[in-house]
Design a protein. Structure first.
Length: 201
């Protein structure tokens, strides 16, 4: 049996990619269909093709929500609760790299600067921001994340690439849970106390 989740990593990253691409195309006067931002897996054989590459580089559990209650009502009016495992809160770390040819280096810096401005202006997405497939996500927060220079250099060495102009963002908090139930319990509406009288000696 396949169980649905209320948020998915792919949907979250696709939403951020779509938002960023729309904003970037608008600010740079590009056609709306221009693939200025692409969700790609960086590897040593990738070629610069004048676009911004968005790559998931790390997934981290958000510990602060691990112990939330895991009893949920079937419906608001129901007196039955379903029992599930606790939700998983995730922080996703994405690398945004300006994969531009050498003669377009200035354009790479220009577009990366626009990315910083876009997320400086709007970094929280909730409610009406999240439509379509993204509507169940609840809330997404995008934060600039800075690695120490040595770790940043090691990251690019691991990828097997020369260093491109790039920034790292942390996307938090994505809450995921599988709809698989572990059982059901009834709602407790009251506690009856019985008074025990001692028998006379």
């Amino acid at each position: 049996m396949i169980h649905k989740t209320n948020t998915m990593i792919d949907i979250s990253l696709s939403f951020i990619q779509g938002f960023l691409r729309q904003e970037l195309n608008s600010r740079l006067g590009l056609a709306s269909a221009t693939e200025s931002v692409r969700l790609v897996n960086l590897h040593k054989d990738i070629s610069p093709d004048n676009y911004l590459a968005m790559t998931l580089i790390h997934i981290e559990e958000e510990k602060t929500i691990k112990n939330l209650p895991f009893l949920r009502k079937n419906t608001p009016a129901s007196d039955r609760f379903i029992k599930t495992n606790p939700e998983i809160g995730l922080n996703l770390y994405i690398l945004l790299s300006a994969l531009f040819e050498e003669n377009n280096y200035q354009e790479a810096l220009k577009q990366l600067s626009q990315v910083l401005l876009i997320f400086q202006g709007k970094n929280v997405f909730e409610g009406s921001d999240l439509t379509g497939q993204a509507s169940p996500l609840g809330k997404i927060t995008v934060e600039l994340y800075t690695l120490p220079f040595e770790q940043f250099n090691n990251l690019w060495q691991t990828l097997g690439l020369a260093i491109y102009p790039s920034v790292i963002y942390r996307i938090r908090i994505l809450t995921m849970y599988d709809a698989k139930t572990l059982g059901e319990v009834s709602e407790i509406r009251g506690i009856a106390l019985e008074t025990l009288q001692k028998s006379p000696l």
